[in-house]
Design a protein around this ligand. Structure first.
Ligand code: SAH
Length: 381
């Protein structure tokens, strides 16, 4: 090669190297290289995949049974599938995408799981033991972009959405741990890390899989989804006409106070939110739950309770008062017991259904994103 051409080529290579050095390293958030989870599929979707891959459609029911009734941990164990199909599944899907890194049990029986995902991020799942059954609180996103000022889940922003299968697998993992005790997951609350309506399609797919009568068969009335108030998605959700319980994180009875606590209120105003909630209750005939975290001096006075009563009057609803959990990175202080009771009394006097949320697992960082924040400082900064 000619000297001149060679030096030109070297120059070009130098430029390229510089280019690469200047580019920030690709973050996992931009392009997660994830293997699709087998738990993302409803039986009909599995059938489509099988047919497209030269396999018999009836295998879908067999696979579903292995996943949700027998709850195997490898494709290899699916012994009534031909070896060729098991290999194909192995190549195309992940069966285990969650690795348990911490499993902490509280004195009251609450168990908190910290799971590591395929790409190294960590999420939390909580099992709560109630008299009426075992309830699992699932995470829908790694982090959250909603920015509520009292919440640990949003520290560090949103890293990525979870796949439907990663949400389903949280329930399967908890069920597998209950299998040893001969117990069953009977309830699900979609109230872990993340905003479920910001990952709407995956959340809907998750609901269809866990609700399926050939699988975990968890009844819609035993499932609750909670949103911070993404208004267009509330309309979409209402139109799905599901029997799922629906909760809205309200936390304040007027626009000014609400947007101070929840920046999302700037994007979706309180009156728009209330209109969407009314639409939901009319369309579905179901009641809505309002979650209301009590923070000392912020939103917990008797006057505020009166204002809240006026705001929700006439809506088929229930208010769930949450003594706010202290998050070290935030400065809100929990309302005193006497003030919580005074707030409750005011709502009751005004004819509003209200309960105070029973606390569980406070000795194991079981509140929204706290365990992850503690264990994965770098992810939540
Ligand atoms: N993003 C959804 C799902 C999270 S649900 C939502 O906002 O509804 C979890 C509930 O716990 C929400 O009502 C949330 O506002 C509330 N929460 C968040 N941080 C809290 C804290 N430190 N103490 C008490 N409740 C908290």
């Amino acid at each position: 090669m000619e000297e001149k051409t060679l030096s030109k080529l070297n120059e070009r290579i130098d430029d390229l190297v510089e280019d690469i050095a200047e580019k920030p390293a690709r973050t996992k958030k931009e392009k997660p290289n994830l293997k699709e989870s087998i738990y993302s599929f409803q039986p009909e979707q599995l059938q489509d995949w099988l047919k497209a891959n030269g396999e018999k459609a009836f295998r879908a029911a067999q696979i579903f049974e292995w996943l949700y009734i027998k709850r195997v941990k490898t494709f290899e164990e699916m012994s009534n599938l031909p070896k060729g199909l098991r290999d194909k599944l192995e190549v195309n899907f992940a069966l285990t995408t969650l690795k348990t890194i911490i499993q902490q049990e509280s004195k009251d029986g609450t168990i908190k799981f910290l799971f590591e995902l395929q790409d190294g991020y960590a999420i939390e799942t909580v099992l709560m033991r109630h008299e009426y059954g075992n309830s699992v609180c699932v995470t829908t996103q790694v982090g959250c972009r909603i920015g509520c000022t009292f919440c640990a889940s949003t520290l560090g922003g949103l890293k990525r959405h979870l796949l439907a299968g990663e949400i389903v697998e949280q329930v399967v993992k908890v069920q597998q741990s209950l299998d040893e005790l001969g117990e069953r997951v009977s309830h699900i609350v979609i109230m872990g890390i993340g905003e479920p309506f910001d990952n709407y399609d995956a959340m809907m797919n998750f609901l269809k899989v866990v609700n399926h009568n050939k699988g975990l068969n968890i009844g819609a009335r035993h499932i609750t989804v909670s949103t911070s108030g993404i208004v267009p998605k509330i309309y979409q959700f209402a139109d799905e006409q599901l029997q799922i319980n629906f909760a809205v994180s309200l936390h304040a009875p007027n626009q000014e106070a609400r947007q101070k606590l929840m920046p999302i209120a700037r994007a979706y105003k309180l009156d728009e939110l209330m209109e969407a909630v009314r639409y939901y209750t009319k369309k579905t005939g179901r009641r809505v739950s309002f979650e209301y975290g009590l923070m000392s001096g912020e939103n917990d006075s008797v006057e505020v309770a009166e204002e809240l009563s006026a705001l929700i009057k006439g809506i088929k609803c229930h208010v769930n008062l949450i003594p706010v959990n202290y998050v070290p990175e935030r400065d809100y202080i929990r309302t005193s017991r006497s003030k919580i009771f005074a707030f409750e009394k005011t709502l009751k006097k005004n004819g509003i259904n209200v309960t105070i949320r029973r606390e569980q697992g406070s000795d194991i960082d079981a509140a929204c994103g706290q365990l992850r924040a503690k264990e994965r400082e770098e992810e939540t900064r």
